[in-house]
Design a binder for this molecule. Structure first.
Ligand code: ADP
Ligand code: ASP
Ligand code: MG
Length: 718
């Protein structure tokens, strides 16, 4: 289990210390290895003080969440903590928190629909007293009638000292000196702290956290020496008692006079005690240290162990790691990949690798085929292309074995990835993950060939360029894995192709929709079919650098944004413009043109009809350059009655991609103005809510992309 710790105050650093020092012991007793995988805290100087290795320091919450199975929240407060917990749950992580205020006031927001318990907060109530485990596990089938107790050590200490003769102020000062009370003690002495705990306990029983506004609360500030003495004369002690009466649906925190035979009578000093009354077995009493770093950390560790039983079932630990061609193009890089895999295995993850052909191998194979045949047979082409991945998986498996781990390479056929027989662009029809799962259970790191498929008759197919990405997300789905990591030679998805724009920046998170647009508009990064599949099945994708520890880009549902945001600018030079000169200006002609293109399986992108002269129009549309071969120009010419068809190749499509781009015309205006200022002519335009594209002269691509990137200040994104 990978544990991420947020907050390194007294509690957080104690959890860190226990997990680091007693890791072996915990493993021996529980059978579970729990390793700290990331930590984050606001005061950066803490890292050096606690001797935390730099690769454990998370860049931000997402970095922490993504690299952990269990997120431990000890930052306190409700602002940042709430965001962290919500996001962790959204990303299917298990959360352990000690934050009573958060659970009491916002616990209802976190009630997740997942059938697996994912939020644990033992430490929020009893510190070292395992009251929540008692209620949730041991007493789960009991009807809880009443809970009553001394829930706040600070006030109990003050009252105990007053019992011995001190005044309130003096006792409070002593509590502060001993570290039992904070500089601002109001939450304790006003009874709020105890009220939060009652709200949390109520939530455990009823499923709804009522919040402290519903709890009648009175603190100990008004109690003076006289009250204490008067009670003592009558043989009583004053204590701050929290009570929930589930039958009467009432909860309160207030000072009460206890009789000598009350089981809470003898609970003095910083001790806490809770009495639970149930229908089946009467009263239970738990008593012990209710606060302090050690007891609270102990409650957190016990939650981690409890949580790990659930988290394991969630197969969070299976992570797909896909390495693109650029990450495995030399033996050194392959060895590098093996080392990264080793670190992953050591952190408790069970990786399944998907690997592309080395470097430009696929291109080389295409060229090779081109030298033999101008129209290679589809089946033979896939037979040839699939060798690229067969070679790389064997080498990667060997490199992993060299490091002393068990690994096995699997072709698509062996990994049971079945496709239809549409050679060169096959569709995956089914995937039987049993065999891969068995290898994982037997301790192997499976290395699966990307890009390939196999038909039910055993024919070898391929999934289209960039198809290894698709293999990766499909495997993630089939194995029930929550995360698919795509490793590349860059730090993530950038605001522009870093080869074109020098100061392009990696984007931290992006939605599937935006990624699909980016891929379609020319950013290689992730195959668009893979993004579409990931969106459909809720697979989170993390694009990372194979050779550094940069945090990477998270592709997922995305955070909700309303204002227009331009995320990235892309260019696509693999397009051509087909112009139908002098088409008769008659209804029905355009429909005929499109029908012809559909028959020929040619996809068009932008389309315009213009320059009307006499009874004629000019019609133009753009197609992918690779589709041009499919276009039967003579048929199109006769059906459209065009005088002539010309093809323009020196064009490129530039697009800005983002959210709500057409909500205001200002964005398009900025785009056009920027191009005008650079003297770049716009040939065609198309717009949707998530992108605006223009066609320009291909010689101007670099100039245009750089100018647009800076016009939208994309180099400044965080
Ligand atoms: P892989 O071999 O991992 O599949 P690709 O060759 O498919 O890698 O794509 C990686 C390249 O994509 C990067 O080196 C980068 O130059 C280019 N690229 C284009 N647009 C972007 C973008 N917006 N963000 C990141 N990389 C981009
Ligand atoms: N090797 C294949 C290609 O170059 C598949 C991939 O890399 O994803 O397109
Ligand atoms: Mg690729």
């Amino acid at each position: 289990m990978r544990i991420g710790i947020a907050g390194l105050g007294t509690v957080g650093s104690c959890v860190y210390a226990i997990l680091s020092e007693k890791g072996d012991d915990i493993e021996k007793r529980s059978g579970r290895r729990c390793t700290v995988s990331k930590v984050i805290t606001r005061t950066r100087s803490k890292y050096a003080k606690l001797g935390i290795p730099s690769d454990l320091i998370a860049e931000d919450f997402e970095d922490l969440i993504i690299n952990s199975d269990i997120v431990v929240e000890t930052i306190g407060g409700t602002e940042a903590a709430r965001k962290l917990v919500r996001q962790s749950l959204e990303l299917n992580r298990t959360v352990v928190t000690a934050n009573k205020m958060l659970i009491s006031e916002f616990g209802n927001d976190f009630s997740d629909s997942s059938p697996i318990k994912s939020l644990f907060f033992e430490a929020a109530v009893g510190g070292g007293i395992p009251i929540i485990s008692l209620l949730e596990d041991y007493l789960i089938f009991h009807g809880i009638k009443r809970i009553r107790g001394i829930l706040n050590g600070t006030t109990n200490f003050i009252l105990s000292e007053m019992q011995k003769g001190m005044g309130y102020q003096e006792a409070l000062r002593l509590a502060q000196e001993r570290g039992y009370a904070e500089a601002d003690p109001s939450s304790d002495v006003k009874g709020l702290d105890a009220a939060y705990k009652l709200s949390v306990l109520t939530g455990i029983k009823t499923g709804i956290f009522p919040g402290i506004a519903t709890i009648e609360t009175k603190g100990i500030e008004d109690i003076d020496k006289l009250d204490i003495e008067k009670a003592a004369d009558e043989g009583r002690k004053i204590k701050l008692i929290g009570t929930i009466d589930f039958e009467k649906e009432r909860a309160s925190v207030r000072p009460q006079e206890l009789e000598r035979d009350d089981p809470l009578w003898s609970v003095d000093g910083v001790e806490n005690a809770i009495e639970v009354e149930t229908d089946l077995s009467g009263k239970f009493i738990l008593r012990g240290e209710g606060a302090g770093a050690q007891p609270t950390a102990t409650a957190i560790i016990s939650d981690i162990l409890r949580a790990s039983r659930y988290a394991e079932k969630q197969s969070n630990s299976v992570v797909i790691m896909k390495f693109g061609g650029t990450s495995v193009d030399t033996p050194e890089k392959i060895r590098d990949v093996a080392k990264r895999v080793q670190r992953k295995v050591q952190s408790g993850v069970k990786p399944v690798l998907v690997v592309s052909a080395m470097g430009v191998e696929t291109d080389t194979l295409y060229e090779l085929a081109g030298e033999i045949s101008s129209k290679p047979n589809g089946r033979e082409m896939d037979m040839l292309l699939a060798t690229g991945e067969q070679k790389s998986i064997a080498l990667v498996a060997m490199a992993i074995q060299e490091l002393g781990m068990k690994s096995i390479s699997l072709s698509a056929n062996q990994a049971r990835i079945q496709t239809d027989s549409n050679f060169s662009n096959a569709r995956i029809v089914s995937i039987d993950a049993d065999l891969v799962s068995r290898h994982i259970s037997n301790g192997y790191v499976p290395v699966v060939a990307g890009f390939q498929g196999s038909t039910y008759t055993g024919e070898i197919t391929t999934l289209g360029r960039g198809g290894s990405d698709l293999t990766a997300v499909v495997l993630a789905k089939a194995l029930g894995s929550q995360l698919c990591e795509i490793y590349k030679d860059v730090d993530g998805v950038y605001s522009a192709d870093p080869r074109i724009v020098e100061d392009a920046r990696p984007i931290k998170e992006i939605s599937w929709e935006e990624m699909i647009e980016l891929s379609k508009q020319g950013a290689q990064v992730l195959q668009s079919r893979a993004s579409e599949f990931a969106r459909k099945y809720d697979i989170k994708v993390l694009v990372k650098n194979a050779h550094t520890n940069a945090r990477g880009t998270l592709i997922w549902r995305g955070s909700k944004v309303e204002q227009p945001i331009v995320r990235a600018v892309t260019s696509d030079q693999d397009i051509v413009k087909v112009v139908l000169q002098e088409v008769p200006d008659r209804p029905g002609i355009a429909a005929r043109v499109l029908k012809t293109l559909t028959e020929q399986n040619v996809n068009i992108d932008m389309i315009i009809q213009s320059m009307r002269s006499g009874d004629f129009n000019t019609m133009a549309f753009t197609v992918q350059a690779s589709d041009l071969a499919k276009l039967k120009q003579d048929i199109l010419k006769s059906r459209s009655e065009a005088r002539e068809i010309t093809i323009e190749r020196a064009i490129a499509k530039i697009s800005i991609v983002g959210v709500n781009l057409t909500a205001t015309p200002a964005i398009a205006a900025t785009l056009f103005e920027t191009l005008a200022n650079e003297g770049i002519n716009i040939d065609m335009i198309s717009a949707s809510n998530s992108r605006i594209s223009v066609v320009i002269d291909s010689k101007k691509v670099r100039l245009a992309v750089n100018a647009i990137h800076s016009a939208f200040s994309l180099e400044e994104i965080e």
